[in-house]
Ligand binder design. Structure first.
Ligand code: TRP
Length: 465
């Protein structure tokens, strides 16, 4: 392993970083609501099947490509074949697009942490009894504030990534992820002990087979697939990049199982923290920014005196989840520049690479922040608010396409021996070889085509199913 690039100090460090990448806003605002409206426990089962048949193998494929080539997404695909470079390019563009809105939302979470702290001290900079919808609306029409909080979020992300793989990302993750878990447990305890909490659990878990009627099942499958895909950070080379820092002695197959398992666990737990509280205070469940910044803030306001404390802790939880995801996105971009320097025989400069990537991200994020989810009358490209516009190209098109291509390449071109060679390099057997190869060849590509169509259908409202 090239010492200029760095590597994970331990498998635990890698696992925390990878789970940190996976656990993010998607788990908190996407999963609980989607599970609730898409069949409850039945959705969870479908999600798990998809995670095993599609998510797990794509995770495995990305980790193998990363560790085998020892390179970030662009150089890794270029190494495999010049014909595959386009996949690497998509993976290089995606983190900029995703970060353009991820940093803005992370910034909002910081704003809410601060506001709850303000309420605790009865300060003027708190929510101060304002209706949570009005408070959010009022914040969105202040582009300068939005940009400042985005900057703060990006600055923290930048400082961590600048620190390097082991001293930055890993050091942060081994502390932040266990802390995040503890915060989540506190939130669950509070939420479940509220009067009326059971209704929230029923919303999330009660099996509802009606949603599968007619073409409903396709909608559910598409929703579950899209959610799984984003939540596991797949399709743009995040796991290729993280895998490239993994030591040869570590067991890739086991890690590829652990990451989806822990990500799903946190998603279900996030639901147990969020939904019971939403129902206990008689609010409407929902997803997206509205759930995070209007509904939940309403919950904290309704809790009375201790509300701001729980509000502060919960938004801290969201900030930690968002930062640990954002560092993985910034690292993908940074690694590409580092690889370029090494390929040219130059000494790589991580500080400069991280800085320039952050500047590029900030340029895009300013647009999204100024747009304030469409509140400020900025032009709407293709009729989308800017957040959704950037999301369309990344999550909607390039990521499913990248994963589809990868799965076909592994299944039909590189083949089982190529994979096995790397998986067994640690001295472990590849126990799920036949299963994985069937998935790479047939099941995952089919799933990815389906997810791609489902994503486009969702974005453009084609009403296909
Ligand atoms: N998985 C994260 C979430 O659930 C977001 C994320 C981080 C991501 N890195 C990614 C999504 C790479 C796609 C690709 O919020």
């Amino acid at each position: 392993m090239d010492s200029k690039k760095g590597q994970w100090g331990s498998n635990f460090g890698f696992l925390m970083a990878a789970v940190g990448s996976a656990v993010g806003l998607g788990n908190i605002w996407g999963f609980p609501y989607k599970m609730g409206i898409s069949g409850g426990f039945a959705f969870l089962l479908i999600y798990l099947v998809l995670a095993v048949l599609v998510g797990f193998v794509i995770m495995l494929g990305e980790l193998v490509i990363g560790r085998k080539t020892g390179k970030g997404v662009l150089a890794a695909y270029q190494d495999l074949s010049a014909n595959y470079a386009w996949i690497g390019w998509m993976g290089t563009i995606c983190p900029f697009l995703i970060m353009s809105f991820y940093t803005v939302l992370g910034g909002y979470a910081i704003k809410y942490m601060v506001a709850n702290l303000g309420d605790f001290f009865h300060a003027s900079w708190g929510v101060a009894g304002m209706d949570s919808g009005a408070f959010f609306g009022n914040f969105l029409v202040q582009p300068v504030q939005g940009i400042i909080y985005t900057f703060i979020f990006l600055l923290i992300t930048y400082l961590i990534v600048r620190g390097g793989v082991q001293k930055g990302i890993e050091a942060f993750s081994v502390i932040a992820m266990p802390a995040l878990f503890v915060l989540l447990l506190i939130a669950i305890l509070r939420s479940l002990t509220l009067p009326g909490a059971m209704e929230g659990l029923a919303f999330m878990f009660k099996p509802n087979f009606e949603v599968f009627n007619g073409t409903g099942w396709i909608t559910v499958l598409g929703r579950a697939g899209g959610q799984m895909f984003f939540s596991l950070s797949l399709g743009m080379g995040c796991m290729i990049t993280y895998g490239s820092y993994l030591q040869k002695k570590e067991n890739i197959e086991k890690n590829a199982i652990m990451i989806p398992f822990l990500d799903t666990l946190v998603a279900v737990m996030a639901g147990m923290a969020v939904m019971p509280a939403v129902f206990a205070f008689g609010m409407e469940p929902g997803g997206g920014p509205g759930l995070l910044f209007v509904t939940l803030q309403g919950v904290f306001a309704a809790m009375g005196g201790i509300g701001p404390i729980f509000g502060f802790l919960f938004y801290l939880f969201i900030v930690l989840a968002a930062i640990s995801s954002a560092i993985s996105l910034l690292e993908v971009a940074t690694a590409t520049f580092i690889d370029k320097a090494i390929a040219k025989g130059k000494e790589p400069n991580r500080h400069m690479a991280t800085l320039w990537c952050s500047v590029g991200i900030f340029a895009l994020a300013i647009i999204v922040a100024a747009d304030g989810l469409g509140s400020n009358g900025l032009p709407m490209p293709l009729g989308f608010i800017w957040l959704d516009f950037f999301d369309l190209f990344s999550e909607g098109i390039m990521m499913p396409l990248g994963a589809l291509a990868m799965s076909l390449i592994i299944g039909w071109k590189l083949g089982p021996d190529w994979m096995e060679d790397e998986i067994t390099a640690s001295g472990h057997k590849w126990s799920g070889k036949t299963f994985a190869m069937v998935c790479f060849r047939y099941i995952a590509p089919l799933g990815m085509v389906f997810i791609l169509i489902g994503q486009l259908n969702g974005f453009f409202g084609w009403g296909l199913f």
